[in-house]
Design a protein around this ligand. Structure first.
Ligand SMILES: Cc1ncc(COP(=O)(O)O)c(C=O)c1O
Length: 407
């Protein structure tokens, strides 16, 4: 019949239902990042560093050195595993007496989130189980969404043998700010050994510690001192995003050579290599110790911001929420004292008052409604954090009285 559409040959008819797929993950991240652009809004929802503290002069000087030293190599395609000198520098920096790393143990990635994604690409088949903390990092849930894994809570010992790997953010977790104690780290390593599964240690925040004692990394704890090349079960992820700037998009995965080779294979089809230009600049920054020299500035500023947010919360929110003051990182995790308060529903009241937060449900692999919320304290100066908390307090009270009127 003339004019009828032939569904088999019409490409428009064969497009998959992207909306259903995106609604679960990526769009949520974009939505929370975009809150920052609303005029007048105090965005406590983002996961951003303090942009005014980026060490622009150091990056400029490193860029000049990168071009002078590496010339066309900084502008060409490069090895998929990363710049050899950068791999070597990272290996040397992270090595200790117990932990011996060589360049074979290191893959340079486009931000540490790419390493998270590559782990999914290399290890997850549809329906596989992954162990994670509940709640866990939203970016990892987003990265693995297309591979359709099942999630199980890390805490359930009986779930370990059936899982492909376990994923943890041991220092100042995103979203909870929690740190794994030494005994918890030992227990995780023992379970990974018992069940023979990989243990992914995602550590973007470890250097942003404001108080308390440093804990050893799972990577170092799992090293066998007699081995000359690390060959243990931990895949450790690091990044320059929090100590220099996220715009560099330079991170790394450190693990057993067989794992690094598998991740490099997965990376080949993703981007051929991390930007050689950004790697050369990062190499020069690390050689000059620019990241380590910058950390005390960040620690001082972020400690002050954390304290300002927590003091304001003590004054305006302590009858409504409980929280622990985090020892580092970027986030405070608050849980409503009143059971059943759904922070998804609270969000529109907060936006109305001119403040944003991230509701706990988005960090839950099962997406369940949550009485918790995440507040960022690094991206705003103390006065704005205090005003943000006052607005949040008004929003919670307006929400509660509207609910009481409806009951
Ligand atoms: C736990 C965690 N992992 C990874 C990342 C990604 O960082 P990068 O900028 O290195 O990709 C973040 C960023 O916020 C994070 O919170």
């Amino acid at each position: 019949m003339s004019g009828s559409r032939d569904s088999a040959s019409d490409p428009a008819m064969r497009r998959p239902d992207f909306a259903a797929w995106m609604g679960q993950g990526n769009s949520i991240t974009q939505q929370f990042l975009s809150f920052g652009n609303r005029p007048g809004l105090i965005a406590l929802s983002g996961g951003l560093p303090a942009a005014e503290l980026y060490p622009v002069d150091d990056v400029q000087a490193a860029t000049e050195r990168a071009l002078a030293t590496h010339g066309s190599a900084a502008l060409s395609y490069g090895a998929v595993e990363g710049f050899p000198e950068l791999r070597e520098t990272i290996a040397r920096r992270l090595s200790t007496e117990r932990l011996k790393l060589t360049p074979e143990n290191v893959l340079i990635t486009t931000g540490s989130l790419q390493a998270v994604e590559l782990i999914g690409k290399a290890l997850i088949d549809a329906g596989d189980a992954i162990l994670a903390e509940y709640p866990t990092y939203l970016g990892a849930l987003d990265a693995w969404l297309p591979r359709q894994p099942r999630y199980a809570e890390l805490a359930y010992r009986e779930r370990w043998p059936e899982a492909k790997f376990a994923y943890v953010v041991p220092n100042f977790s995103n979203p909870t700010g929690a740190v794994l104690a030494r005994a918890e780290r030992e227990a995780l390593l023992a379970r990974s050994e018992e069940s023979g599964i990989w243990l992914v240690e995602d550590d973007p925040y470890g250097e942003l510690r404001y108080d308390g004692a440093v804990q050893p990394s799972l990577l170092e704890m799992s090293a066998r001192p007699e081995s000359t090349v690390y060959d243990g079960p931990v895949v450790h992820l690091g990044t320059l995003s929090k100590t220099i700037a996220p715009g560099l998009r330079v991170g790394w995965a450190v693990g057993a050579p067989e794992m690094i080779r598998a991740l490099a294979q997965a990376k080949q089809g993703s981007d051929l290599s991390t930007s050689t230009f950004c790697q050369a600049v990062s190499l020069e920054l690390i050689r000059a110790d620019a990241d380590r020299r910058h950390v005390p500035t960040l620690v001082d500023a972020y400690r002050e911001r954390r304290d300002a947010l927590c003091a304001a919360a003590q004054e305006h929110l302590s009858d409504l929420f409980d929280w622990k003051v985090p020892e580092g990182g970027m986030f405070v995790w608050m849980t409503a004292r009143r059971p059943g308060l759904d922070t998804n529903a609270l969000l529109s009241f907060a936006l109305e008052e001119g403040v944003s937060f991230v509701p706990g449900s988005v960090f839950d692999p099962s997406g369940q409604a949550s009485p918790s919320l995440r507040l960022n304290f690094t991206a705003n100066p103390p006065e704005r954090l205090q005003e943000g908390v006052r607005r949040l307090s008004r929003a919670v009270r307006a929400f509660a009285s509207q609910r009481a009127a409806a009951e």
